[in-house]
Design a protein around this ligand. Structure first.
Ligand SMILES: [Zn+2]
Length: 328
């Protein structure tokens, strides 16, 4: 099985007692082979089609906050540095290298890559590293103040936690779970489209998991809200980090269990059933890697990009057995 984009960072995250040892952390920072992923609002620093890892000593300046220790790879310690820090105190920080996100201009500079572009340009391992670095730097940007008491927080454990000196609260990086699901009914597949997408693009339904809800319940609720139908038999397929800014996409398939399409909520422009032939034809065409702008003619189905878990779910469904309608 092909791994999902944004997975596959090859490193030891050292997520153990080593991180809580100040002497060990200091030694990593001073290590002659210490390098850093450099990222900021303009994107990730790249050289050609791989991340441009700078020697840590060359980029540490008084203006930079403590670099985040991502972990150790075969060459030594690997850090992430937010090149835009320190940010103005009261301004809401933009996301790290989100390039291509709705209403944002594409990343401008040469030698920079937006995160979405990184998904299709970088190797599997570098894509995973990009996702990790962006997610953790985004978290630091948004958690400079304690959500409990409002005091300024301080990085701990090489940057994989923050603590509040005023109230003692410990804060850990967040990952927000999102369920993304294919609804199937024999050889029919239910897909939806959002307004900003290129003409003809349809993809899997998706939504955030709500507090106090199981993943299966989230799948059923989201499908009901977005398409007005009931589903059953949710089966977990695979997951994909989605650092825009901190999601984890949890991929499912589920079966239509009743109800007719209708009552579409504001998020979606349309939901439709597609038969296997239509989906097969769209998959064979390859389809655009472009996320938002695109050249679909509006008449034919345009599948999501290959770097999206939705596309992997659809390809997985196509690879499965052909069924006649109603036989599930
Ligand atoms: Zn506090």
């Amino acid at each position: 099985v092909e791994a999902n984009t944004f997975t596959g960072a090859l490193l030891d995250r050292a997520f153990d007692k080593r991180r809580r040892d100040p002497a060990w952390l200091q030694a990593q920072r001073r290590h002659s082979a210490a390098r850093a992923v450099v990222a900021g609002t303009a994107g990730l620093k790249v050289a050609g089609s791989h991340l441009d890892l700078a020697p840590l000593t060359s980029i540490i300046a008084p203006a930079f906050p403590e670099p985040v220790l991502l972990g150790l790879d075969d060459h030594g310690p690997l850090f992430a540095v937010d090149e835009d820090s320190p940010a103005p105190v009261l301004e809401r920080p933009p996301m790290i290298g989100a390039g291509g996100r709705r209403a944002e201009p594409p990343p401008p500079a040469e030698g920079r890559l937006g995160l979405r572009e990184a998904a299709t340009t970088l190797s599997q391992a570098d894509g995973g590293l990009a996702a990790y670095a962006a997610a953790i730097l985004n978290w630091h940007r948004a958690h400079r103040y304690c959500p409990n008491c409002g005091a300024a927080t301080e990085p701990q454990e090489g940057g994989l936690a923050r603590s509040c000196p005023a109230c003692g609260a410990q804060h850990h990086p967040r990952t927000d779970p999102v369920v993304i699901m294919l609804v199937t009914d024999g050889d029919r597949l239910l897909l939806g489209r959002q307004r900003p997408w290129p003409p003809g693009r349809y993809s899997a339904l998706a939504g955030f998991v709500s507090p106090g809800e199981s993943l299966e319940e989230a799948v059923a609720r989201e499908v009901q809200e977005e398409a007005g139908v009931r589903v059953t038999a949710a089966i977990y397929m695979s997951s994909q980090p989605w650092p825009f800014p901190a999601s984890l996409m949890l991929g499912f398939t589920c079966r239509w269990a009743g109800g007719e399409l209708g009552g579409i909520d504001d998020e979606l422009q349309d939901v439709r059933w597609f038969d296997r032939r239509e989906v097969e034809a769209a998959a064979e065409e390859g389809g655009s890697e472009v996320w938002l702008q695109g050249s679909g003619d509006g008449g034919r189905l345009l599948l999501p990009p290959r770097s999206a878990i939705a596309r992997r779910l659809i390809e997985g469904w196509l690879a499965g057995p052909e069924l006649s309608l109603g036989q599930t």
